[in-house]
Ligand binder design. Structure first.
Ligand SMILES: Nc1ncnc2c1ncn2[C@@H]1O[C@H](COP(=O)(O)OP(=O)(O)OP(=O)(O)O)[C@@H](O)[C@H]1O
Ligand SMILES: [Mg+2]
Length: 373
């Protein structure tokens, strides 16, 4: 079994560090405040939140994790949301009865699938979902909670709420949850700039409604220690400097660290020995090869101004709007660069961290470096 895992929520022995962040999430939520967790893509937000939820559950909170990504309409929201709340109520039959009694706009039912497993059904009474039905659904957690049994609701990929007819839904959700006494909310998502706008823009419904928490990269020292330990379990040695090279190639981003380490492990396992810099570079090259079709399509999808800017960003974004930067990278007018940059941020290719603009995927960065000229 490869000791490195990527692309899914990681837990148990696959998860390291983040204990301070976890403590902070647990204490903020159990103290009755809401959180919005902000971090660029693939920093480990969802995994951290799952870790925190385990702890909150053990303290007696009922925790409901809800992902907005698969939601495509108000009906689908209502169905999926009700289902995730019901799933925390234990026995399905009792849950359907209890929760069904609280809802007037929908009817809940159960049927048995061919394997005899109960399947939850929801029927809408009116042809079109009205505000009242939506509100009843949003009030469910508070109605099921009590002073002794508090709820924590987690909304992942929360920026996707705009799919549900934006502001109106946002406003309704905000005003409903504001009144709730026994429920706290944790918001997160992978499109940082959209999420940040929702909570920091005065004109948005969720403005100032949650404590912002910024998640940083995993500390290098912890990552090096983790890599050494996991490789050692398969009799593979890696020294500090070489582990540092691996982190560097992966842009130090948790997902890419695991991706590259998994490839290095695979490469080393037939004859476990010492990991060399050469093997890391070779493995990074293999990952690049595997992804090159996708990357070349992705690159070609952009305008000429964006391509130029992407190429420039490979070597940094210091002074991006200065004349020096522009002439060095043969960019067009500042307004063109600004527009190109806004598009790249919008599509999630470029992340703004502090004053820097970074191509989020280190392998895409490498691809552009080697491919575009
Ligand atoms: N604490 C951690 N320990 C070990 N690996 C981690 C940790 N956090 C994240 N990872 C790695 O990063 C990957 C992505 O993690 P996760 O899905 O939690 O991140 P995310 O920030 O929610 O991503 P996205 O922005 O795509 O939603 C994991 O599959 C794992 O490989
Ligand atoms: Mg996530």
């Amino acid at each position: 079994m490869n000791p490195f895992k990527y692309g899914t929520i990681v837990r148990g022995e696959y998860f390291y560090d983040r204990s301070e962040e976890c403590k902070r999430i647990v204490s903020t939520l159990s103290g009755g405040n809401n959180i919005v967790l902000l971090a660029p893509r693939r920093y480990g937000k969802t995994s951290l939140v799952f870790r925190a939820l385990e702890e909150l559950e053990s303290k007696g909170f009922t925790c409901v994790y809800f992902d907005f990504m698969p939601v495509y309409s108000r009906e689908s929201f209502i169905e999926a949301y009700t289902r995730s709340i019901l799933a925390k109520q234990g026995n399905w039959e009792k849950a359907v009865k209890k929760v069904g009694a609280l809802l007037s706009g929908v009817r809940l039912g159960l049927s048995l699938d061919p394997a005899g497993t109960p399947e939850f059904r929801i029927n809408f009474i009116d042809a079109k979902v009205n505000e009242k039905t939506l509100q009843e659904i949003l009030e469910l957690p508070e109605r099921l909670a009590s002073g002794k049994k508090k709820f924590i609701m987690v909304f992942d990929e929360f920026q996707e709420i705009v799919k549900l007819n934006g502001e109106n839904f946002e406003g309704l959700l905000r005003s409903t949850i504001q009144r709730q006494r026994n429920v706290n909310y944790l918001f997160l998502g992978s499109r940082t700039h959209l999420l940040s706008d929702m909570f920091h823009n005065k004109n948005r419904a969720f403005y100032d409604s949650a404590m912002s928490m910024q998640l940083d990269l995993l500390p290098e020292r912890e990552s090096v220690a983790y890599l050494k330990k996991r490789f050692a379990e398969s009799a593979i040695k890696i020294d500090n400097a070489t582990a540092g090279i691996l982190l560097n190639q992966a842009g130090n981003i948790p997902y890419y660290i695991q991706l590259l380490a998994a490839e290095v492990w695979q490469y080393s396992i037939p004859a476990p020995a010492v990991v060399s810099e050469k093997s890391i570079i070779e493995c990074a090259g293999r990952i690049l090869d595997l992804k090159s079709d996708y990357y070349s399509e992705l690159f070609d999808r952009h305008s000429a101004a964006q391509k130029k800017l992407l190429k420039a960003l490979v070597s940094g974004s210091e002074g991006i709007y200065s004349a020096g930067y522009s002439s060095k990278h043969r960019l067009s007018a500042v307004s063109t660069t600004q527009k190109a940059l806004a598009g790249l941020i919008e599509s999630g290719i470029v992340e703004k961290t502090g004053n820097q603009f970074i191509i989020g995927d280190p392998f895409f960065r490498l691809f552009i470096k080697n491919y575009a000229y």
